[in-house]
Design a protein around this ligand. Structure first.
Ligand code: 5RP
Length: 223
């Protein structure tokens, strides 16, 4: 199976999981990235069966609107049953690294509001220990050097992601050479550095369900 076919398979599995629970008033939280885009494609076919979406990035919002799916501001939404998104890495406890697409802050906000976070990913994203994928950290631009100097607090080697400005007007540092044995502790520690907006560890609020695309079919892992 190609990577694209795996993405389509997990996107369809997410649709099969949530569709019976949606009604005309339901609003779905939407992630960012190529796997989340496959989910747009799969759920857009059923757009008459739910109300609309909250998007975790400007790119996702534009794509949703292109498919005729209404996009709501999160502040106007009182109830969000599902958030569906990809990941850069997951461990078996469904702690995640996200933010490869620089949308981590809005992704984390929408995930925090949703009752159920469904992560969809190809099998290569499942790892025994998080950290081979460099951990994205969104930083206020004026604090970039200050945060990067805090190597010990970050737990690894930060690199500036050149040319990237987030939807919130911030920059990204990617932290290399990590072996994250205690994801909640590192998530909390990095978020405490002045100038950090958020980091791409989703451990305090990890996924509730991981739909993992494998050559033998889609496997379900729960937290
Ligand atoms: C964007 C993300 C994405 O979910 C993550 O990078 C995975 O992307 P893809 O589905 O394209 O592999 O966190 O900020």
């Amino acid at each position: 199976m190609t990577q694209d076919q795996l993405k389509q398979a997990v996107a369809q599995a997410a649709v099969d999981h949530i569709l019976p629970k949606l009604d005309a008033k339901s609003i779905v939280g939407w992630g960012t990235g190529s796997t989340a885009n496959s989910f747009i494609y799969a759920l857009a076919k059923h757009k008459m069966e739910f109300d609309g979406a909250v998007a975790s990035s400007e790119a996702t919002a534009a794509r949703l609107k292109g498919h005729g799916i209404p996009v709501y501001e999160l502040n106007t939404v009182s109830d969000l049953e599902f958030y569906v998104d990809g990941a850069d890495e997951s461990d078996e406890r469904l702690n995640l690294i996200k933010g490869g697409g620089a949308a981590l802050t809005r992704e984390k906000i929408v995930a925090a509001v949703a009752k159920t976070f469904i992560c969809i990913a190809g099998a290569s994203k499942l790892v025994p220990v998080l950290g081979a994928f460099p951990l994205p950290v969104e930083v206020s631009p004026m604090a970039r050097s200050h945060v990067a100097r805090g190597r010990v607090k970050l737990g690894g080697d930060p690199g500036y992601r050149e040319g990237v400005v987030t939807d919130n007007g911030n920059v990204i540092l990617d932290v290399f050479n990590l072996q994250i044995v205690n994801p909640i502790e590192l998530e909390t520690r990095i978020n405490a550095i002045v100038g950090v907006v958020t980091n791409g560890l989703f451990a305090a609020r990890g996924a509730d369900l991981l739909l993992l695309g494998t050559s033998e079919g889609v496997k379900s892992l729960t937290r």
